[in-house]
Each structure stands twice: as C-alpha cells, then as structure tokens.
Write a protein that binds this ligand. Structure first.
Ligand SMILES: [Zn+2]
Length: 219
C-alpha cells in the first residue's frame, strides 16, 4: 500500500488541527521510509517474483521496518523525541496523534500485505492479503485516500482557487499513477521500488506543505 496510508493522515488532521498535515504525511510513511533505507543498505531483503498471484514484490525479510513489535517501539520512540520540543510539550495530544499516524501504517499494511509482516523479529508473519485481489486492492486504497482528502478539504480546506487546483490535481494524478502502477506495471528491481517510493513521499510532502501553508493564510 502506498497512497492509502495518507487517508489516516487527512483524518488525523481533521481531528487535531494543531498537528501539521505535512508532518502526518511523513509519519504515515515512516515504516516505508525505514524500509527503503534498509533495502538500499542491504539490512532488509525483498525480490521481484512474477510467479506471485498479483503484486510481484516479495517482501521476505523486513523485521525492522514492518515488524509489529518494532512498529510499536519506533512509534513510541518518535513520540518521545517529539516531546523534547517545546511545541509538542505544549501539545502532547499532537505528538501522540503523530505516533498513531506512524502505527496506522502497520494496520493498513496488515490488511493489504500477504503474510509477510512479522510480529516479533522475523517470526510469526501475518497479513490478510488484499494484494492478491488487485482490482479490489486498488479500489479500497483509492477510496481511503480520496475519502480522506475530501473530508480534509471539506472540514479544514478553505483553499484559494490556485491552492484548490494544486491540491485536487495532486490527488487525481496520484490516484491515477498509483492505480496504473499496481494494476499494470512490474518493477525492474527492488532498489527502483525503494527509490521511486521515497521520491514520491518527498514530492507528496512538499506539495502538501505548500497547500497547507496557503490554507492557513486564508483561514
Ligand atoms: Zn509499508
């Protein structure tokens, strides 16, 4: 799952206006940012396997980035680090919501991944495997992403026309690209998956930073 993780980011922003949406955009992808880093440095392993039913990404060793226990540990650790900053000490709730955003990644991956998410270390792997039904997976992921975006725009929005155009163009382009990617494309290698995902996270966060800045000046 790639774009669906942004659904909880939008929802949390509506619940707690004090937490920046661009920070939530980073938070919900932290497990994948860790995964990309560990794949590129060789600490976690994956391969492209076209014999699989659908998504050819075979994630056979990712105990650090996508383990249940490790996800809980680094969600708590990042909240603790945030609480070192005066802003988050004044807004402890916002720091906790960022922790929830980080952990929401594992929950959504649990529904979408095949049983490749280890509970402790590299053992007891679970996952409900929505990925094995590509069309349904794309529809569910798109609905979570689009639903969150609409709810955010309605509840927080108040965009100027230009900001609104940028925001909705971003949402539509991302929906199209992610659907095509999941339904048609087979990645050349795992490193390319990691690099392209991380580039996408950076671009998405920068666009949301711009949108949010302009949304705030209007309100
Ligand atoms: Zn993930």
């Amino acid at each position: 799952m790639l774009t669906g993780h942004y659904g909880p980011a939008f929802i949390i922003k509506v619940i707690d206006r004090k937490v920046a949406l661009w920070m939530l955009f980073i938070a919900v992808q932290i497990p994948d940012i860790i995964w990309g880093t560990l794949i590129l440095t060789g600490f976690e392993k994956a391969r492209i396997n076209t014999n699989l039913l659908s998504n050819p990404l075979e994630l056979y060793y990712m105990p650090y980035s996508h383990g249940l226990l490790s996800s809980i540990i680094y969600s708590i650790m990042i909240v603790a680090i945030l609480l070192l900053f005066p802003y988050f000490r004044k807004n402890i709730g916002s720091a906790c919501w960022i922790g929830v955003a980080i952990f929401s990644h594992w929950i959504l991956d649990f529904f979408s991944h095949r049983p490749d998410l280890p509970i402790i270390g590299d053992k007891m792997k679970i996952g409900l495997g929505l990925w094995d039904y590509p069309l349904e997976a794309v529809i569910v992921e798109g609905a979570i992403f689009l639903g969150g975006a609409i709810w955010y725009a309605v509840k927080v929005g108040g965009f100027k026309r230009k900001t609104s155009a940028i925001f909705w163009s971003f949402i539509i382009v991302v929906l199209l690209i992610s659907s095509v990617r999941e339904l048609i494309m087979t990645p050349a290698n795992v490193e390319m998956v990691a690099i392209s995902a991380m580039c996408f996270y950076i671009i998405a966060t920068l666009i949301i930073y711009y949108v949010e800045k302009n949304e705030n000046t209007k309100n």
